[in-house]
Design a binder for this molecule. Structure first.
Ligand SMILES: *Cc1c(COP(=O)(O)O)cnc(C)c1O
Length: 469
């Protein structure tokens, strides 16, 4: 009965692709090249994932045509009755994926979500406590380079000598500075965050607790990392890292949804609604909200649970293998999807390692490590993540191969100065070929695959495509 080719959406999306192909080869070719790059490289970037094609299709929907300032049932424009259903569905799915009582699906990113929360709870100059960037915190958690660090008084906490969050320091700083908000959650931290302990500290000084789970949202949703929903007053996340969704953000609240908001302004959930719109954002991106709804539905499936345990399993395998190969890991290992390698013992910079690995088709990112003295664009470490590897169905044995390849590359790099390095050609060619073979063995589910290794210009310009399904 149901036939997708007879739907309006099908014709618009497929027709749009055909028109783009005919009319704008310049842009089409760039987009095609990016699709080809993704299938031919091994992305081990901790802050990314590979979305299901149905998430892409949802985002390509005609909901983009609707301007809908406000919330379902209370919009500032007409024509919103259908998109209201999209937003209600996304809110319901966010609440059930995280067991939240309140969810706002409108933030355009986690940065927006964090600034929405901070700039509504705080007044300019007010004090808040967040994790130092150097120790694994995010820019929005108080870095002097960012808005939050410049408009508020940001106090930073960090790690102990063994690479764990220094909760005693958090408590000490909280008592000393009496922040209005404490931010927990991180961007480069490989261990479990003790949200209950953060809440006790927040209660001790009368602060609101905001948990930013952008990196671990998939593990939280599947119970593989403790949930902050009922510990933090407010939980924020992006939807494009471990939720395998579109670029966007969420704001949620659990037990404290009806707690009093600041300055006697009603409940926290009503306050957060106003904090997103009209305080900090205009009209929501309803096509993106449709894609969030799709991703949040997938998050509750048994398949996603298996994916999430694969993510953790691969990260542990990688951490164990790199340790056995003599490398130094921040915090000595991992409980989540992140492995942070301190390159100082190799006399190597994060920049050189990132570039050398990329030459071989292994994509990671340079990252600050504790006590790092290098510039922000050089860094003394690399951050490796397993979201995308697990999505490609990588097994432990493949990850051991990967660890060996990473080890070989970073031990073969000769560094001339902080930025200039040399990777011997024979190492590069050999590792490239092995990465290409691994990628050919591990197609991205739902994406077209290539029958032979994609390296070399001939292969790049005329890929022979077969469907992976
Ligand atoms: C990536 C990240 C963000 C920012 O996410 P965007 O959606 O890219 O703005 C915020 N907080 C943490 C902890 C992150 O890791």
């Amino acid at each position: 009965m149901r036939d997708v080719t007879e739907t309006l959406l099908h014709d618009v999306v497929v027709g749009g692709l055909e028109r783009l192909y005919e009319d704008d080869p310049e842009l089409y070719d760039i987009l095609e090249r990016e699709a080809d790059r993704q299938r031919g490289v091994l992305s081990l970037v901790a802050s990314s994932s590979l979305v299901d094609p149905s998430v892409l299709a949802s985002q390509a929907s005609v909901a983009v045509n609707v301007t809908a300032e406000g919330y379902p049932g209370r919009r500032y424009h007409g024509g919103c009755e259908v998109v209201d259903d999209i937003e209600r569905l996304a809110v319901d799915r966010a609440r059930s994926a995280f067991g939240a009582r309140y969810a706002n699906v409108q933030p355009h990113s986690a940065t927006n979500a964090n600034y929405t929360v901070l700039s509504s709870l705080l007044r300019p100059g007010d004090t808040f406590l967040g994790m130092e960037l150097e120790h694994g915190g995010h820019l929005t958690h108080g870095s002097p380079a960012a808005y939050a660090g410049q408009y508020f008084t940001a106090i930073g906490y960090g790690l102990t000598g063994d690479g764990r969050i220094d909760y005693d320091q958090v408590h000490r700083l909280a008592v000393q500075h009496r922040p209005r908000v404490i931010v927990c959650g991180a961007t480069a931290y490989s261990r479990v965050v003790d949200f209950a302990r953060f809440r006790r500290i927040a209660d001790d000084v009368g602060a609101y607790l905001m948990a930013d789970i952008s990196h671990t949202a998939g593990l939280v949703a599947t119970g593989l990392h403790p949930s902050p929903i009922d510990h933090a007053h407010i939980t924020t996340t992006c939807t494009h890292k471990q939720l395998f969704g579109p670029r966007g953000g969420l704001i949620m609240s659990g037990r404290d949804a009806d707690a009093p908001a600041p300055r006697g302004s009603g409940t926290l959930s009503a306050f957060l609604q106003r904090a997103v719109f009209p305080f900090s954002q205009g009209a929501p991106a309803l096509n993106t909200i449709a894609a969030k709804a799709r991703a949040l539905e997938l998050v509750t499936t048994a398949e996603f649970r298996r994916l999430a345990s694969g993510i953790v399993d691969l990260a542990r395998t990688l951490a164990g293998a790199l340790t056995d190969l003599g490398h130094t890991l921040v915090a000595g290992g991992t409980d989540n999807h992140i492995v942070l390698v301190d390159l100082a013992p190799l006399g190597l910079t994060g920049l050189a390692a990132e570039r050398a690995l990329e030459e071989c088709g292994i994509i990671v990112n340079k990252n600050r490590v504790p006590r790092d003295t290098t510039p922000a664009l050089v860094t003394g470490g690399i951050r490796i993540g397993t979201n995308s590897a697990a999505r490609r169905g990588m097994r432990r044995s493949d990850m051991l191969v990967c660890a060996g390849l990473i080890d070989r590359v970073i031990r073969s790099v000769e560094v001339h100065d902080q930025r200039d390095y040399h990777l011997p050609t024979e190492v590069r060619d050999d590792v490239r070929a092995r990465v290409a073979a691994l990628c050919a063995d591990l197609p991205i589910p739902g994406y077209p695959t290539v029958e032979r290794p994609p390296w070399g210009s001939a292969a790049l310009s005329t890929p022979r495509v077969r469907s992976s399904r």
